[in-house]
Ligand binder design. Structure first.
Ligand code: ARG
Length: 462
């Protein structure tokens, strides 16, 4: 970044230039340069509008537009590097235009403030980025559908309190994340809608004495609507909170998923083998293959959620309208967007390459009396009140556990000893396969309801 001496565009009112430290402290160019395209796009629309309302002649407008296009090329070729002396993206580009066009360049900021300009840039930028994230998320969700289809017949212990609870289909497990992501997608879509409002024309805070055509710039920039209140417009950062919340929930979801997969990959569980591509080794212990990608997802979640709280804390005590505090609204968001995109590139590949250790999972299924609820519900169908069946089965579990037996090991006499309602058919339902197959409730883990989910899921991401 260049740092040759430049006078700020607002310097006229001052007798002394800002302290060097103030310039370092006050700059935002190191962050908001990411918005240079949108800043130019906004200026082009603003320039066209100024011509339409008679402030710029056609010739003046054309020169300005050409100048702005050239600046964009100069940025992209590396010829024009921003200068920290000029604080932010807005003043760097405006200053460049003035250098190129002299007096004429000085007309572009007519009826505009950096306060409406910065949110115009920001909203344009977020619309593009949210779109990209939504596309990546859909691709990721598609992978979960594929895995669900592939693993629908694999049965794993389902957990509550991290204790064996009831058997479930692994396909059902993947679909659980599909639906979490589907809600994230909805939240992103709401954030996209929230960002889709044109601030240009709100000015510094109160609008303008000039007859600005806000509807025209809205149309040129492709925003859905014009903001309603200039004071609200320059002080509102809800549209960023919406995105931060959507990203935070997505990360909380992937973090929980990571935790399960990290556990499942341990020697103790050994339900899955993670792909080498997304693991790393130890510099000392030759035996190690660590689940780093998943740990990093879990670890980065804190940072992403911090971004949400950072902005909330920034906003909570701010008087209307613009305050410089608001300049701090970008860093975390840009970082979080980048983090989300890389996670969304890695996660689907990792999920696709997971190897399920079927035989080993099978061994775990006999632990923890996973079929206890099935036994209780068997008695319900024989007319025994559920509370009573619960007690009976708890007694059987206690008895069997004491003897080191499983349900399958009990003799018919032993069953009858606990309830006369037990018949030979009790033995038939006592397999994890049966237990899963018999759970046909809507949204349950049986094959038909899972296939139904997959079908519905396909519609969602179409
Ligand atoms: N760099 C500033 C920001 O990001 C632009 C708006 C500055 N406005 C002002 N009145 N100082 O918020």
């Amino acid at each position: 970044m260049a740092a040759q001496r430049e006078k700020a565009l607002w310097s006229g009112r001052f007798t002394t230039a800002p302290d060097v430290m103030m310039k370092k402290f006050g700059e935002s160019i190191s962050v908001d340069w990411a918005f240079y395209r949108e800043d130019i796009e906004g200026s082009i629309a603003h320039g066209k509008m100024l011509h339409r309302i008679g402030i710029l002649s056609r010739e003046e407008m054309e020169k300005i537009l050409r100048g702005l296009e050239e600046i964009k090329e100069e940025i992209e070729s590396g010829e024009f590097v921003p200068n920290i002396e000029l604080e932010d993206v807005h003043m760097n580009i405006e200053n460049r235009l003035i250098k190129k066009l002299g007096e004429l360049g000085a007309k572009i900021h007519t009826g505009r403030s950096r306060n409406d300009q910065v949110v115009t840039d920001y909203r344009l930028y977020l619309k593009k980025e949210i779109g990209k994230i939504m596309d990546l998320l859909k691709t990721c969700m598609d992978v979960f559908l594929k895995r669900a289809e592939e693993d629908i017949d694999i049965i794993i212990p389902g957990f509550t309190h991290l204790m064996h609870a009831q058997p479930v289909s692994l396909g059902h497990y993947w679909m659980a994340y599909f639906w979490k992501f589907q809600r994230d997608l909805k939240r992103l879509s709401a954030a996209l809608e929230g960002a889709d409002v044109s601030p240009l024309g709100a000015g510094a805070l109160a609008g303008s004495t000039l007859p600005l055509d806000r509807e025209y710039t809205r149309e040129l920039l492709g925003f859905r609507e014009v903001s309603k209140n200039s004071l609200d417009t320059v002080s509102d950062r809800d549209f960023i909170l919406d995105l931060q919340y959507a990203l935070s929930t997505f990360f909380i979801h992937t973090s929980r998923l990571s935790e399960d997969l990290i556990l499942w990959n341990t020697q103790e569980f050994n339900y899955i083998q993670l792909p080498d591509e997304f693991c790393t080794g130890s510099s000392m212990m030759p035996n190690k293959k660590n689940p780093d990608a998943l740990e990093l997802i879990r670890g980065k979640t804190g940072g992403v959620v911090t971004g949400l709280f950072n902005l909330m804390m920034n906003l909570k005590g701010l008087p209307l309208t613009y305050n410089r505090d608001l300049q701090e609204d970008k860093k975390f968001v840009l970082e979080n967007i980048a983090t989300t995109k890389i996670v969304l590139e890695i996660l689907p590949q990792l999920i696709l390459k997971i190897q399920v250790q079927k035989e080993n999972i099978q061994k775990h299924l006999s632990k923890g009396f996973l079929l206890a609820t099935d036994v209780a519900e068997y008695l319900v169908l024989k007319g025994v009140p559920f509370r009573k069946t619960h007690e009976i089965v708890a007694g059987i579990v206690q008895y069997a556990e004491g003897k080191g037996l499983d349900f399958q090991d009990l003799s018919m006499e032993e069953w009858k000893g606990f309830s006369p309602h037990f018949e030979q058919d009790i033995v038939e339902i006592l397999t994890p396969q049966k237990a899963v197959a018999r759970r046909r409730t809507l949204g349950g883990t049986g094959k038909e309801p899972v296939l139904e989910q997959i079908k519905e899921g396909r519609e969602v991401i179409k």
